[in-house]
Design a protein around this ligand. Structure first.
Ligand code: PLP
Length: 375
């Protein structure tokens, strides 16, 4: 459990590092962390591979993984999830694309927040649906949804689905109960289903409670909630996530949209998820503390660099940096010329910004700060 260690990720062809291979650029872009998994996850994967048989496993038969999700949701969110509500998906991206087809017809509207995770912004066009954007606004140093624009878009008869992202990527805001109440009210009045991408919800860094959309009384029949152990426990390469859908008709619609196209999750992913949610609490809490310290350090330093401005993300290991004060044409190029490789803001719909992944050893962050400080 040493988060300070730097690991050579080249044996896994880690995408984050492959992008800048052979260049003196510290990668801090794609959203996985530089942390080695908790030992119980490594142990279960070793055990499972020693077994030596890797044939078909129907996810609904993997009772330990299902009850691990049920326990986790109860413990973390005081949410009593019935096992039948769980639908395994080989990633959250396929899940919100399935939702796009399940709850919205061709040519009808999908509401998305901007800026946002690029594959989420891409979902409406990929599925031949119309994209309706709701901007994120800054209120008292915290990014939040513009509810007036949400109301306007939701009121259009062709709007059928809102793919929400909570906690928000890239801003790291966690929706309050009041905000969720308002979103629920707007979407319910206009018959808009909510698909809530909550992949980052277990990484709350402040003293806050995350409320899963489908736990909300007003949304339990009109929403699906997407979660995974992947970000929190650094197992995204195992391609395993799940949707929680309390309403049977909504669940059937979602499942039908992926039938014959979306594969089952893998046996390794099921075992890793089970271990993550049941035997890794110490690692989980220690990582959260490490990330909190990293966030506070990075925020302080970034805000001392001329032309850069950031606000404290309440969750995740991602910091959204406003670089408009630099007055440069290409902020990504400005970073890369200094030897830092964040996620380009333009991919999220905000070219004057960049996103730094601080899920890494603090020594990397110190180097990143030093490099970005070069005038
Ligand atoms: C908001 C959000 N949703 C989904 C994903 C990816 O999900 P998956 O790898 O399970 O498809 C990411 C990864 O960065 C993300 O930030």
């Amino acid at each position: 459990m040493n988060f300070d260690t730097r690991h050579d990720r080249s044996p896994s062809f880690a995408y984050k590092w492959e992008k800048y291979k052979g260049k003196d650029i510290i990668p801090c872009w794609i959203a996985d962390t530089e942390f080695r998994c908790a030992q119980p996850i490594i142990d279960v994967l070793k055990e499972r591979s020693e077994h030596g048989l890797f044939g078909y496993t129907l996810p609904k038969h993997h009772e330990p993984a299902i009850s691990a999700i049920v326990q986790w949701c109860k413990k973390r969110y005081d949410w009593a999830v019935h096992p039948s509500w769980i639908v395994w998906t080989p990633g959250v991206v396929p899940a919100f694309n399935m939702a796009s087809r399940a709850f919205c017809g061709e040519g009808e509207g999908i509401i998305v927040q901007t800026p946002n995770y690029p594959p989420l912004l891409a979902a409406p066009a990929i599925n031949k649906r119309e994209q309706l954007c709701v901007p994120t606004v800054l209120e008292n140093g915290r990014w939040t949804l513009d509810l007036n624009v949400l109301e306007e878009h939701a009121a259009k008869p062709s709007s059928k689905l809102f793919i929400m992202c909570n906690p928000m990527n890239p801003s790291g805001s966690v929706m309050t109960k009041d905000e969720l109440d308002k979103v629920a009210d707007i979407c319910n009045r206009h018959g808009v289903t909510i698909c809530s991408d909550e992949i980052h919800c277990d990484l709350i860094l402040d003293d806050l409670t995350h409320i899963p959309a489908s736990k909300h009384e007003a949304l339990s029949q009109n929403s699906i909630t997407l979660m995974a152990a992947s970000k929190t426990f650094n197992i995204a390469g195992l391609g395993t996530s799940f949707a929680i859908i309390p309403d049977v008709k909504t669940r059937q619609q979602f499942v039908s949209a992926g039938a014959g196209i979306v594969p089952w999750v893998t046996v390794m992913g099921l075992s890793a998820t089970e271990a993550a949610f049941t035997r890794c609490d110490d690692w989980y809490l220690a990582q959260r503390k490490y990330l909190r310290d990293n966030r506070d350090y990075l925020l302080r330093e970034i805000n001392q660099i001329n032309g850069l401005r950031a606000y404290s993300p309440q969750a995740t290991f991602l910091m959204w940096v406003d670089a408009s004060g630099l007055g440069v044409e290409d902020t990504q190029q400005w970073c890369e010329q200094r030897g830092v490789g964040p996620s380009p803001g333009r991919d999220f719909g905000a070219p004057d910004f960049f996103r730094v992944n601080f899920g890494c050893a603090k020594s990397y962050l110190e180097e990143i700060v030093t490099r970005l400080s070069v005038p």
